[in-house]
Write a protein that binds this ligand. Structure first.
Ligand SMILES: *Cc1c(COP(=O)(O)O)cnc(C)c1O
Length: 398
């Protein structure tokens, strides 16, 4: 009989989206005449840009003839795409060696798989509330987690506590679910702390393309010293609408070198390369062709058009909360608006209240960690029409 990985038994059951669907289904069954609007979606809804579609077609056509056919590609990704990503960073003033870039099928896999290259007895800091993958992937390998609190008081942007030593630090900025984004000075505080503690920051930049203020860092590598203490994960999911198409990348600088217990100097880039070449056979050539069009001038302009659409929805949502004097976070450099439930309601109470009285569906903040209790997430990923209608209903209700 196999011994199972019993760490999986320690995972908290993820009721969040099942429970939401259950409550919405129940409501629609009892009120078939009511139009329910979903503003809880964490997924993009706009189609891919036409240049990306064209490049995907070219990728498919290449498979049709022996001269251009592609079999296994490099596990790290094709040079044309790694170079394009490096050029994209250079455009934001951040210099990245294409050799430090690993193309993948998305940031969820990489943020989850990165646990492979670290040992079991690290002190791991994870913010609460946050994207649940960081917590669950560590629980799956039996690791202990120390939480750092995001609260209304710190703007859901916790800063390092000099009295706590950490080895690994997860940061997501702009944040899912709170939409909060660290400024340069705050991220520098984390980089300085990591350098002092010889810690590694695992930085999730999935929403970097939503940042429009040039003063705000879009990459941890915009901070001096970060190449000695940080790995960055990014994805085309939110940047280019690739949630169903699947492509991302992870940057592991060669400067990340740490001493093993036998005294050897070990490069994290080499370990990740070994991990990927052993367990991953690369992202599909067709998808990488499509992804390369994201980084052309025209392709990026098409992506930004979609992002502007989502951001305008977010603005419409924020305006109502501002008008109603409801404390909210995010919504400016993020598709997410995170707000305090009115009248002291807890997250699920407010979910039911909103569903029953405005027929609007959102996401209870308590699903993202203990500190999310009493908060609620709406997103700009809906259609313009639905966003306007939902916010008119909410404005009347609150
Ligand atoms: C959506 C999202 C991602 C992207 O995941 P993919 O696997 O690339 O689709 C990564 N991190 C966060 C926090 C996200 O919300």
């Amino acid at each position: 009989m196999p011994k199972i990985n019993e760490n999986y038994l320690n995972l908290k059951e993820s009721y969040l989206f099942t429970e939401i669907n259950h409550r919405v289904a129940e409501y629609t069954k009892n009120h078939p005449d009511k139009k329910v609007i979903r503003l809880g979606i964490g997924d993009v809804t706009r189609p891919l840009g036409s240049d990306i579609i064209k490049a995907l077609h070219e990728g498919v056509d290449a498979m049709a003839s022996a001269e251009t056919f592609k079999g296994y590609g490099p596990e790290q990704g094709y040079a044309f795409l790694r170079d394009a990503v490096a050029k994209y960073y250079a455009g934001h003033g951040v210099s990245i060696d294409p050799g430090d870039i690993f193309i993948s099928d998305g940031a969820k896999s990489d943020t989850g798989n990165i646990t492979d290259i670290f040992g079991d007895d690290n002190v791991i800091l994870i913010p609460d509330p946050v994207y649940p993958v960081y917590v669950d992937s560590n629980v799956m390998c039996g690791r202990k987690i120390t939480y750092i609190s995001g609260t209304a008081e710190n703007g859901f942007l916790p800063l390092p506590d000099k009295n706590i030593h950490a080895d690994l630090i997860y940061i997501c900025s702009p944040n899912n679910p709170t939409g909060a984004v660290y400024n340069h000075e705050q991220l520098k505080a984390w980089v300085d702390y990591a350098l002092e503690n010889e810690a590694v920051i695992l930085f999730d930049a999935a929403y970097e393309a939503f940042i429009s203020d040039p003063e705000l860092p879009r990459s941890i590598f915009a901070i001096e010293g970060a190449k000695k203490c940080a790995i960055e994960f990014c994805s085309l999911s939110k940047t280019a609408g690739f949630t169903g198409t699947r492509c991302g990348y992870t940057i592991v600088p060669k400067e990340l070198v740490f001493k093993a217990s036998d005294g050897r100097q070990v490069s994290l880039n080499a370990l990740w390369n070994r991990r990927q070449t052993t367990k991953f056979n690369g992202t599909s050539y067709i998808i990488q062709k499509g992804a390369s069009a994201v980084f052309t001038e025209e392709g990026m302009a098409q992506c930004m058009e979609n992002i502007q659409y989502y951001k305008e929805n977010a603005r419409i949502i924020c305006d109502v909360f501002a008008k109603k004097g409801i404390r909210y976070f995010g919504g400016e450099h993020s598709p997410y608006i995170w707000f305090e439930c009115p009248n002291g309601m807890d997250s699920w109470e407010f979910f039911d209240y909103l569903l029953n009285n405005a027929q609007v569906v959102g996401t209870p903040g308590s699903g993202f960690g203990e500190n999310g209790q009493g908060f609620f997430r709406l997103t700009g990923f809906g259609t313009r029409e639905n966003t306007i209608e939902a916010m008119e209903r909410i404005e009347k209700l609150l």
